[in-house]
Design a protein around this ligand. Structure first.
Ligand SMILES: [Zn+2]
Length: 354
């Protein structure tokens, strides 16, 4: 039971801030359940992997797990200047949509790709907790393409509530980039209006499917569609001296593991982060990293990544570099491989992970 506590706490903490369902009318709601996400030419699983696949948390529950905690301090260093692109594959193009004197990082318990267990809905953005009425800022320069109830629909029943969509002045690999700001209490802009980075577009609220005020923020690439989202934690500039961890967590046969628990433990102080890999539907991986988990805002330093893999504890030490993405992949019983993806995928792979 002890090992369930972090999980239950996460659910409780999530409840007031959960976005519930996010989709516009043009896309059906997926009905994901935590499960294996087959990606490869499906070689058979090892017996214990196959047995555990139906209930992916059962294996992990046999272990004593560390207690995941976010940093207690609300302090963050100043951000790198946006756009911040420290490598050909990195694209920290956006400022935070909440000002730096407030908590402006994603809620740790319901990150991109997280599954909201009461509904099974996979999260297509990140949530930033903020007081009702907190100004919401344009994350980058762009033009308002939608402002009102829902996205492009003027539907007071939209799960997004009052929302704004920006189409940015820049693209990515020749594709347009959009950002979405949802659950607003007020909207201060109109379609067609151009906004500079940091301009106020509205205020935090609790409209739509949410039971508490927060900002739901999405990054969409290629088209402004429910199924075109990417992990905002790979697009928001990090604090100076801090970095981002991206991982591709697979079983022994290289199938992506969905909603699989990963612990990241700071060697300096032992602070622990817990993340679950992306749910099996609705979200996309970066075309280069092809990740299924990201943790941003990690102070540079040495960390231990721990995965409890169906009876085997696997650990690796990894260095988070300032201003960079640190990448690892994990392959079941074969363990960790910190080497980077061998070649960048061409742009055509900007499509849902198969
Ligand atoms: Zn949300």
């Amino acid at each position: 039971m002890k090992t369930l506590l972090p999980f239950l706490l996460a659910i409780l903490l999530l409840a007031p801030a959960a976005c519930g369902r996010h989709a516009d009318e043009r896309a059906p709601f997926p009905s994901p359940t935590p499960s294996l996400m087959p990606t490869g030419p499906g070689a058979p699983l090892l017996p214990e992997e196959a047995a555990s696949a139906a209930t992916p948390t059962n294996g992990a529950m046999r272990f004593e797990l560390p207690t995941a905690m976010e940093p207690l301090s609300a302090w963050r260093p100043p951000l790198y200047p946006a756009p911040w692109a420290p490598s050909p594959y990195d694209h920290f193009y956006f400022e935070r949509p909440i000002a730096a004197d407030e908590v402006n990082w994603p809620l740790p318990n319901y990150r991109y790709g997280g599954v909201f267990f009461s509904s099974g809905q996979v999260h297509t953005g990140v949530d930033i907790s903020a007081e009702y009425g907190t100004p919401v800022l344009a994350a980058g320069p762009g033009t308002v393409v939608s402002a009102g109830w829902g996205l492009f629909e003027n539907n007071p029943n939209s799960p997004y509530g009052r929302a704004v969509v920006l189409r940015h002045d820049f693209g990515y690999q020749d594709q347009p980039i959009y950002t979405v700001y949802a659950h607003l209490s007020e909207i201060d802009v109109i379609p067609g209006q151009w906004l500079a980075t940091g301009e106020v577009l509205g205020n935090v609220g609790d409209t739509g499917h949410t039971t508490g005020p927060h900002l739901h923020f999405e990054v969409r690439i290629g088209s402004d569609q429910f199924f075109s989202t990417y992990n905002p934690e790979l697009w928001l500039v990090p604090p100076q001296g801090w970095g981002v961890l991206a991982g591709r967590v697979m079983d022994t046969n290289r199938n992506l593991l969905a909603s699989f628990q990963v612990f990241v433990i700071a060697r300096d102080g032992g602070q622990t982060w817990e993340v679950r890999t992306y749910g099996a539907e609705a979200v996309n991986s970066d075309p280069y990293y092809r990740e299924n988990m990201v943790i941003s805002d990690l102070p540079a330093g040495i960390y231990t990544i721990r995965i409890l893999y169906y009876g085997t504890k696997k650990e690796a030490d990894i260095e988070i570099l300032p201003g960079r993405v640190t990448y690892f992949s994990f392959q079941g019983y074969l363990g960790f491989d910190p080497s980077l993806p061998p070649t960048p995928d061409p742009f055509e792979s900007l499509s849902p992970v198969p």
